[in-house]
Every structure is written in C-alpha cells, then in structure tokens.
Design a protein around this ligand. Sequence first.
Ligand code: ADP
Ligand code: MG
Ligand code: MG
Length: 870
Amino acid sequence: KKYVYYFGDGQAEGDGKNKELLGGKGAGLAEMTNLGIPVPPGFTISTEACIAYYQNNNQYPEGLWSELSEALQRLEKSTGKGFGNVDNPLLVSVRSGARVSMPGMMDTVLNLGLSDETVAGLARKSGNERFAYDSYRRFIQMFGDVVLDVPHHSFEKIMRQMKKERGVSVDTELSTTDLKELVKKFEELVKQETGSPFPQDPMEQLKLSINAVFGSWNNQRAKTYRKINKIPENWGTAVNVQIMVFGNMGSDCGTGVAFTRNPATGAKEFFGEFLIDAQGEDVVAGIRTPEPIADLKKLMPEVFGQLEDVYTKLEKHYQEMQDIEFTVEQGTLYMLQTRTGKRTAKAAIKIAHDMFNEGLIDKKTAVLRVTPQQVDQLLHPMIDPETEYDAIAKGLPASPGAAVGKVVFDADTAVEWAERGERVILVRVETSPDDIGGMDAAQGILTATGGMTSHAAVVARGMGKCCVAGCGALEIDEHKKELRIGTTTLVEGDFITINGSTGEVINDQVELVEPELSQEFADILNWSDEFRRLGVRTNADTPHDSTTAREFGAEGIGLCRTEHMFFEGERIDAVREMILSESPQSRRRALEKIKPYQKEDFLGIFRAMEGLPVTIRLLDPPLHEFLPHSEQDIQKVADATGLSFNQLKRKSEELREFNPMLGHRGCRLGISHPEIYEMQVYAIMEAACELKKEGRDIQPEIMIPLVGHVQELAELRELTVAICREVIATYGVEVSYLVGTMIELPRAALTADSIASEADFFSFGTNDLTQTALGISRDDSGKFLPLYVEKKIYGEDPFVSIDEEGVGQLVRMGVEKGRATKPDIKTGICGEHGGDPDSVFFCHRIGLDYVSCSPYRVPIARLAAAHAAI
Ligand code: ADP
Ligand code: MG
Ligand code: MG
C-alpha cells in the first residue's frame, strides 16, 4: 500500500482531484504542481495513513516510514540540501490538511530541521544571521506549542517582555542578539515545562510533528468543529511535508493570503493582505496589521504580475473562486495553498451569477454553487436603513448582516446565556479555535485585532454570522469583564449592536429589518425553479405573511392555521362566549359573531394568493387554550367581558387535560362540536364565492386535522361538502374546492389507503407526526432531547430535520398507500421540516408534490428542491 505521494519539479504523484486521499491542501499542492505553478516541492502522507495510525493503536502502518525516508531523500536531492546537515540544512514545514478545510483546527509547524547546530549553518549559508535565528525562535515556539503542549501564551509572554525591555513594538525591530537570547529563553521554557531539552534531532522532530498532526484530528477543537459542521469523524487528515521557502529574509520577502474575488461582496476583484518580512502565520494571527494586497503592486510589481497570472490560471482551472496563500522569497513567488474560497451568502450569489455570465460555468453549476444554508443567511436581519444611530467605533466589515445582543467576553458565557434564550455578542481581543462554540451561540462577533482574513472573520463568514473584526478602538479587560471605547465603558450584559456590513459598533439596541432580495438572488432562485420538481408553498395565517411568501416565490399556501385568528382583538371574547355556551344553540349564536371576522380573514388571504391554492386547516387546538387559567387572569377576563367568574373558572377546570396534545383537539372538536367547523366552512366558502363573483381565481382546499380513523374524515367530509354545495348554490358560481386531511398520527399513516378514499389530498403534519411517532412531547423535549442529539442517539433534532428512519417511513408509507387507493391524490408536507434542506431532499426522494414552510424559508426550499433534483 502506498502512503506517501511526492510533488515537485513540475510533477505530482498523487491525483490532484483526490481530496479524500491527499486532503484538501495536499490535493491543491499536487494540482498546482501539475499546472506548472511554482510550488516548493514536498510530499503528502495520505489520510489512509492517518486512519491506519489510529486503527493501529497510534503506530505507523507497515512501510510508511521507509516510503517517507525515500521521499525525504528525493527532496534532499532536488534541493541539494541535507536534512540535519550542519552546513546546508534542509528545512521543511509539516502541515495538516483534511478533506475539507477546517480553519485553525489542525496545526502547522514551520522551519522544522533547525537545531542549535543547524541554525548556525543556516546563518552561514544564507549570510543572514538574523533570519536564521528568527526562523529558529519561530520553530521552537510552534513546535513547543503544537507538539510539546507548552502553552502558546508562555512564549508570547517572553516575547512581549523582551519587546518591552527593548522599547520596540513589532518583532521585526528585534536585533539578531535579541533573537538569539529569545531562542535561549524559549529553550529554557521548553525544558522547564516538559522536563527535557528541546529535541535536536530533525528526524525525531519530524516524527513527533507527524504524530501531533495525526493527533490533532482528535483534539477537542477539531471535534467541536466537526460537530458543528457535520464532518464525519473517520475521514482522518493528511500530512504535508514541504520544503520551506522564506518570507522572513528581509524587505524583498513577504507572505500573504488572498481571494480571487471579494469573499464578502463577491465583486470581481483580487482581494487580500500581505506582510513584508514575515512568515505565514503572521498574517492570520494578527500580530502585525497586514497591508491590502493592492499595495503589493507598488512594492513588488513583478511579483504582483506573476500573482495575477497564477490566480487567473487557478480560477479558470477550478472554475471556482480560490483562496490562496503565497510567500515571496527574495523576489521569487511561491504558491503554498489553493482551495475553494469561503464566502458570504451574498458573495456566493454574486460569484455564481457572474461566473455564469462570464461563461465559466453553466446554469446548473451556478445553482449548485449557492447552498440553501447560505440563502438562509441572506434572509437574516440587517439594520433598518431608516434608523439613525451613532457608531461609537468602527472596525472591519468582516461578515455582513447586523446583530443586537448583550456583551459577553468569553465563549462559555456566550453558550450559557444563549442557552437560556439571551441574545449575546461575543467580544474578544481575537478569537481562537477554542471560541468556536461561543461563536456559534452568539448573534455576532466583535474583535479588537486581526484583519479580514483573521480567524474571527473567516469562521464568522462560514457560519453566516455577522462579524466586526479589528476594531482598534476597543480596550478589552477580560478579567473585569468590561470594555472601553474612548470614554464609554460597557460591562458584561450591556446591549450593543454591530453592523458587519459597515464595521460599525453601536452602543444601543438598533432596530433590525429583514433584507430584500437582490436581482442576482432572484435570478438564481428563478434558475432553480427550472430544475426543481417539488412545489413550494408557504405556511401563512395572514394576508401580510401570504404576500411576503408570494414575493419569495411561494406557489400557494400549504397550511393556513385558523386558530391564530381566534385570538385577535375582540374576537377572543366571542370565542370564549362560544366555549362557555352550554347548548349548541347558544354556541351557534356565539359562532355567528366570530364568522364575519373569519370571513374577512379568508377574503384577505384569498386575495393575496389569487390564482394559487390555499389550504385552510379547520380549528385544531384544544379549547382550553382560549381560556384564562390563573384566578387572576380569570378575574380579568370576567371583568372585561361581563362573563361570570365562577362560570369561567368551572369551565376552565372542566376542560383541563392531562395530555392536551393527545386530548380533545383537531377533528375530535369537529366531531363533538360540529357547529364550530360548520361556521368555519361557511366563512371559507362564502369568502371564496364572493371573490369568485368578482371574477377572481380562488382555489380553496379545506383540511381536517388530526384524523386517525377514516370514519372521522368521512363524517366531517360529508358535513363540509354539504355546506360547500349549499354556499355555491346560493352564490350561483362555480368554485372548485378540495377536502383533504393531515396525516399526523401514526394510525393515519398506517391506514392511509382507506383514509385516501375520503381525501382529495394528504398534508403530512410532521410536527405532530414526529411527536406522536417518537412519543416525545414537543413542548417537553427541551429537557432531554439536546442530550440525545449530543449523544447521537438521534443524529439531528428530529423536530428540525425529519427522522427519516422512523417518521420518514410513516410518510413514505402514507404516500404509497394513499396513491394505491387514489393515484392522483395530492401530497405535501407542512411541518417545520418543509424549510429544512435535508428534509426537502427527503420529500423530493419520496415523490411528494410539494413542501410548505414559513415565508422566509421559501427561497431556501426552492433552492434545496432544485439541488435535490439536479
Ligand atoms: P493553515 O491550514 O492554518 O492555513 P498552513 O499549513 O497552510 O496552515 O500553514 C500556514 C502558513 O504557513 C501558510 O499559509 C504559509 O504561509 C506558511 N507555510 C506553510 N508551509 C510553508 C513552507 N513550506 N514554506 C513557507 N511557508 C510555509
Ligand atoms: Mg494553522
Ligand atoms: Mg493555509
């Protein structure tokens, strides 16, 4: 078995497309090598070696070490240097690289091969002593931190101390003597912390580093990142060992990171940052503030020209926006990494749209380039443009959108507060991978240092979170838990607003609004419509929601809940009167008062959805939801309505249930109090007929909830149809209507064949179906379900993403059985799952006709449905 793949001198052994084997970084290095792009030679140890290492009780698999030694010899031959050679030492970097990039999760060691002896050799050979010791102190720190577990900040502390003593502010100002002293101090620190001297044998250094990279796959940060991003545990990481090129040899050297297009806006412009006289990590670590890439054109015009050629070539080759890392050694450009660039949702849309117009990709690809999750981000709030506010500080607009929340200074607090339902903004000097959990929990992230490619910026963009980075005016005191901006002091718990689109920080809660769709976004969604098979409807209860959803492209209403209408304004009084009625006659009288309101509602919704189907669900919740419960509330209602306190109290007690969700609700209300459903059907059909008379195209679909037995539906269907006929006859118009049911009880799914004989359509109510199939109360699951998900008993919260194995089987069965009886029966889903991309994929696979989701999720569902079909 081959574990080691060489790249260099214009040719790579590995297949640059094979990220599974070589990892993303290794594949990119191989591909660039084959394209004739200047890449320092090296070799990739495959992910298979990493997996074998784990399976083998942390031992290298057979043959790995000898392959590795061979590759190392090849590198020596190619460079004319020797690994551990005192006169002309070969230095390498050891870089981790999983299949997908995991920013900052895995670790890299630079300048490996240096020791007390070889550093002197490097100084002599390069004629640059300062550079040699600068490289050595970097190596000891990185190796110490990553491999030997000596805390990063202990090194930093020594460094800070030295800078302070020398009166300098940046590391490039330290002299050669300073750096030599620093090396000594670093070595002492390592000895003190680990009990052994800093390892001097390059082979041992290499082996320990490879082990550390393998090991970092299973560190806590990496695990957390995988959990959030749903990356499988068993992929493993590759290790890249590569000849060092040096950006820290002086002013004709440098290093940088860049995107081939703007990752925040998507604009077609080269975008990035660089530092002169620095090594790789400096740019992302935010140690010195990097300069915009455009300035490199003035400083090194030739290099900049080459860089432009390279990035254009890469973008053409990959047909994708690239995120690249490069180093310039004494005027020569080397590429160190290329990968698909992370981008904001806005940028994803703009880039896909532009690349289609440029002829770089086809329409299908353009649609696939935007993920449903990204669309979700675009539908997040922004600051209302009408609002006036004063910013107290400005940082970099690192990730767009806006967020309002309480200031917290550490990730744990962010998680804790968010769990109890608070909105928080995580404020840090700079984020590190340890903060991932807190960043995920926060509404937004604000940092004091770091650029547009800092950890905070990259991770926030990936998460679709608003982020303001590098806000230099912030003075953060983590211990006191307070921050100062000029004369303003904020403490933990104070509200702020941050605007990730402008970089502004506002000392207040600012009104946020929902964003509008750009033309490019609309185009992408329209292109998706060309590919999808599933229909997309919306869950809407008001004309306003209906209009919004229609603007987002909803093709009708899949679920209109009528109970919300019962609560509004003065209607609730009539509703309560109805519930308190002791006889059907008095109940009817109360219902007559409610009917005009209901009809008005339906008129509005039908108008908003003219020409499209509107599924209206008859009353579903148990009646006691409409009554007051505490004595205090009962008194209030009694005073307000003139109803008797005792009567209200007695009724409220009478209606109390042990398991309301399994109690007197849904069609059971229709069976016991038919007059309620009668009133609703009259209201629906009268509204439909009136509009029909105006010449409008109205398509009502009446839906009976919580049916478990065909007989329930048969009885209520008869009632419904009789009223519809009567109203249609009265108005003398033609209105075609459907009568169907929800499938939301296991029994309904199991007997869907007989239920279908009474139904024109099935709408799978997957919220209740999940609740009843799993026997997990939606309203009580908060206490234990998160633990279930954490323990992976359920891979996902089954109320968010449909439990395919269980609930999904019931849905599938319902569809099959329904169609066996009635081949053209309409089928859809109207639970929360309708807007969840994975669930949409499932609905596509099992052949539903449509999904229905909340208005703001309609674009997500459209795109997800297209992805499912492509
Ligand atoms: P990450 O995954 O965190 O980006 P990398 O392995 O890409 O880690 O290393 C970080 C940086 O280290 C690179 O961007 C590059 O600037 C620098 N680097 C890595 N390998 C080399 C090398 N062989 N020569 C010079 N610089 C290197
Ligand atoms: Mg790194
Ligand atoms: Mg990198």
